[in-house]
Each structure stands twice: as structure tokens, then as C-alpha cells.
Design a protein around this ligand. Structure first.
Ligand SMILES: Cc1ncc(COP(=O)(O)O)c(C=O)c1O
Length: 415
């Protein structure tokens, strides 16, 4: 199977598709190609995709049924007042924000899952040139692959900043040369990070926001795992904004946009519902763009989403299930494979020496499908893939399945 998006010779005649010529195929397509020649030892257990398998919350079906007629209407791009108010209330509760800090109509916007919004943001936020040069869009390495697609679509150059155990699995954007930062139009940060589960502290976020304001770039913080955490609730960049002096334009969220989703928090990946919140002036531009070009969230789904943001109990239950599975992982894997408890998210990031070989072995000997870390990262300037020693294990299955799978991982890779 071909490993890049650009496939046949005819694509060379199309400058638009050439934009993506160097982009590898998606991690799951590569994984399927890697495993295709091999035979799994039994019924496959999927630990590769970050798709929560916990039950859909009880309130979903009745609300959907109640709003069924709304499928007969085009939804407004800004969603409903009820949705924006629910999001505002959740942000205030969850991140302890002062009630007057957020203007629901101007700081908050629904998105059709955060993936499309993460992809679309650079089309608005990254200009054709920055200081007379092609703009740079910085992102962690490894990373959620859609960031690179967004940067390339906007005509910017993606810059992959290693996030390894040497840097506590967080990228050191502030340590980049001044010239690089001056050419930067946008930065993607992810906290809790997929795949490593590392969480940026309030201070890390303050430093990055200050950097964004000094160097005039937009900071996009992907916080879609914010409600899945181990011990301490991760901070939001919105909180960090409010702990800094308000910029002269009067908007405390200047230069910053955060992304939140119900896919992980509420185990509703199929709902395709999330929101973005932040910089008022940028939101106005994003709104104008989205009004023409972006997918709206259907009204019945917005009604479900409104109920989900208004309820914390189901999210707490959900979080508890992940915590139990992390406990299991700790007791079964111990300190093998450099195991550590992820501070956030639901992935184990295990150093197994050779991630590709371990993935094949787990498939052949245990029918376990995990993701090689290498598929989530790009080679650095020395041709080194910073994640090639790792596998990512998504703890999305039920407790019993997870216990069996973790025991098999320890047996198969430990031998
Ligand atoms: C880091 C990260 N960001 C964003 C997303 C997109 O989530 P959704 O589009 O379901 O909101 C995912 C999904 O796996 C993710 O892992």
C-alpha cells in the first residue's frame, strides 16, 4: 500500500493536491497495511483507535427523540443559545472562571467534532505570509495528525517539535530560535496530550500564551481530553489567560483558542460535537468563515450536547472507569516498558524498544491491535523518529477485556 496521500502521476499536475504530497497516509491505514500479511491469533481486540467504548449516556436517546423534527431544519452555524450557555456554565464550573469572563455569544462556537475545527482554524488564523516569509505552524511530535493537514491546507509549513521523555513528553516551543517564533503564525498544543497523556501546567500555559502575544501568533490548545484525568484536573489555557494581565485590546483571551469535545468526555465520538472558545476578534473571523464553509452541528445533536455539557455526573463515571483501567495497567505492567500513569487521557505510551515489531507480535500472538508510536510522529532533522520505540495502547475497552489484554501484553512483550 502506498504510504503517502499523493498517489498517481496525474496528481503532479494539480498544485492543490501537491500541497499534501509529503503527508503520510493516516496512522490507521498504515497500521492495517502493516498487519495485513499477518494472521491474528484469535478474535481481534481493538486498542488502536481512541474511540471510547463505554456505554452511551442514558439521556441521549430521549432527547434525540424529542428533537427529531429539528432534522427538518438547517442548523445555524452558532448553534443555539442553550448550547452556548451550557458550554459557558461548564467552562465556569470546570475551570473555576469568573462568571463575567466569558461572553457566550462571542467567545464560544459549536463545532462538528473538534477534528474539523482543528483542521479549519489555520485557514483563518494563518496568513499567506508572516514577516515576508511562508508562515510556520508549530506542533508537538508525536501529534494528532490533523494538525499537519490543517497547516498544509493553509499553505503554511508544519514544524514538528519533539515531545519525548527527555522533555516530560511536552514540546519546548519557548526554546525555539527567535527567528522561528517570528515566522510562526500558529501553534498547536495538546493538553492532556495524545498520545503521551502529559499535561501542561498553568505556568506552562502562561509561558506559551505570553510567547504567542510577543510573537503575534495564534495559540490553538487542543483540550479534548480535559475531563479524562488521573488525579488532578488539567488546567485550561482559558484559565491561564485570566491569570495574566489583560492585553490592551481588553480581551483576556487574545491570541488563544481552546478546543473541547464530547467524544471523550461523554463517550460520544459518533455525536460529532464539540466547541471552540477564545479570542473574540478571531472568533468573529472564524464565524464569518464557518458561516460559508464549515459543517454545522444538527439541532437534535446540539440538544443532546447541551444536556451533556450541563451534566458532570456521567463524565465523572466515565473518568472513574478510565482510572480503574490505569490502576489495572499499573498492577499488571508494573515498571515494565517505562510504564507511567498518564496524567490525562486514556492512552498508555509504552516504550517497547521497537514499536513496529511489538505491534506485529501482539497481533500475531495475542490478536491485540495497538498503534506503533512511529505512525504518530515525523522524522526530526536527523532522520530520527522520536516515537519509534513506543506503542500506544488505547484503554477504551471494558474492564474485563482490558485486564486480559494487558496481561497478554506483559506476557508477549515481556518474554
Ligand atoms: C488529540 C485529539 N484532538 C482531537 C480529536 C478529535 O476529536 P473529535 O473530532 O471527536 O472531537 C482527537 C480524537 O481522537 C484527539 O485525539
Amino acid at each position: 500500500m502506498n504510504n503517502t496521500i499523493s498517489t498517481d502521476a496525474s496528481s503532479k499536475r494539480h498544485p492543490i493536491t501537491d500541497r499534501f504530497a509529503d503527508m503520510p497516509a493516516g496512522p490507521f491505514a498504515r497500521l492495517n497495511a502493516l498487519l495485513a500479511p499477518l494472521t491474528p491469533s484469535g478474535d481481534p481486540v481493538l486498542l488502536s483507535l481512541g474511540e471510547p467504548k463505554h456505554p452511551v449516556p442514558d439521556f441521549v436517546a430521549p432527547i434525540l427523540a424529542q428533537h427529531i423534527d429539528d432534522f427538518g431544519r438547517y442548523p445555524p452555524i452558532m448553534g443555539t443559545v442553550g448550547f452556548r450557555d451550557a458550554v459557558k456554565s461548564w467552562l465556569i464550573r470546570r475551570f473555576d472562571l469568573p462568571i463575567e469572563a466569558l461572553d457566550a455569544d462571542h467567545h464560544i462556537m459549536p463545532v462538528n467534532g473538534t477534528r474539523e475545527a482543528l483542521f479549519n482554524l489555520p485557514l483563518v488564523a494563518s496568513p499567506p505570509e508572516k514577516n515576508g516569509k511562508q508562515p510556520l505552524v508549530l506542533m508537538p511530535n508525536p501529534f494528532y495528525q490533523c494538525y499537519a493537514a490543517g497547516a498544509l491546507a493553509a499553505g503554511a509549513k508544519p514544524v514538528y517539535v519533539s515531545a519525548t521523555d527527555a522533555s516530560n513528553h511536552l514540546p519546548d516551543f519557548a526554546g525555539l530560535p527567535e527567528d522561528t517564533l517570528n515566522q510562526t503564525s500558529m501553534v498547536y498544543a495538546c493538553s492532556p496530550a495524545n498520545p503521551q497523556g502529559a499535561v501542561m501546567s498553568l505556568e506552562d500555559l502562561q509561558i506559551l500564551i505570553t510567547l504567542a502575544r510577543q510573537h503575534h501568533f495564534v495559540l490553538a490548545v487542543d483540550e479534548c481530553y480535559a475531563d479524562i484525568y488521573d488525579k488532578t484536573p488539567p488546567a485550561s489555557a482559558l484559565q491561564a489567560c485570566l491569570s495574566l494581565p489583560t492585553p490592551p485590546n481588553g480581551d483576556p483571551f487574545s491570541n488563544v483558542v481552546v478546543f473541547h469535545s464530547l467524544s471523550k468526555r461523554s463517550s460520544l465520538p459518533g455525536l460529532r460535537s464539540g466547541f471552540i472558545a477564545g479570542d473574540k476578534a478571531l472568533m468573529t473571523k472564524v464565524r464569518a468563515f464557518r458561516n460559508i464553509a464549515a459543517p454545522q452541528t444538527p439541532l437534535p445533536l446540539l440538544a443532546v450536547a447541551t444536556a451533556a455539557w450541563n451534566d458532570d455526573a456521567h463524565a465523572a463515571e466515565n473518568r472513574k472507569l478510565y482510572q480503574q483501567k490505569i490502576d489495572l495497567a499499573e498492577s499488571i505492567l508494573g515498571n515494565q516498558f517505562n510504564f507511567y500513569r498518564p496524567a490525562g487521557g486514556f492512552f498508555l505510551w509504552l516504550n517497547v524498544g521497537d514499536g513496529l515489531a511489538a505491534t506485529q507480535k501482539l497481533w500475531e500472538q495475542g490478536a491485540l491491535k495497538v498503534l506503533p508510536g512511529a505512525y504518530l510522529a515525523r522524522d526530526d532533522e536527523n532522520g530520527h523518529n522520536p516515537s519509534k520505540e513506543y506503542i500506544r495502547v488505547a484503554l477504551v475497552q471494558d474492564i474485563a477485556t482490558t485486564r486480559t489484554a494487558l496481561t497478554q501484553i506483559a506476557d508477549i512483550l515481556g518474554s
